[in-house]
Write a protein of this length. Structure first.
Length: 99
């Protein structure tokens, strides 16, 4: 634990919630498949978010169908680029209908 980190009990007290509730929220977050607030996603995160493999996502990036940026040696996919890509798909007219 970092030197300046607060124990969960103190954080719960500062937030005005029970430690049990805070731990439950922390477990939910840990169980999720990533942070939905991230703007620049790794290729693996972006692929998982739209339900495809990394290799296929790299194909879309290489072809320019999904935009990406290089930050140093890192490749990041803007979350907005995924939404744009899905909106452009010919079969994306109705997201509410199940196949």
């Amino acid at each position: 634990m970092p030197e300046n980190a607060l124990p969960v009990t103190q954080i719960a007290q500062l937030l005005g919630v029970s430690e049990t509730e805070l731990r439950a929220l922390m477990n939910q977050r840990d169980a999720s498949h990533g942070d939905a607030t991230l703007v620049g996603l790794t290729v693996a995160e972006a692929a998982r978010r739209i339900g495809i493999g990394r290799t296929k996502l790299y194909e879309y990036v290489s072809s320019g169908q999904i935009s990406s940026v290089k930050i140093g040696r890192l490749r990041r996919i803007p979350a907005e680029a995924l939404n744009d890509f899905l909106a452009r798909r010919p079969d994306s007219a109705d997201y509410t209908t199940a196949a």
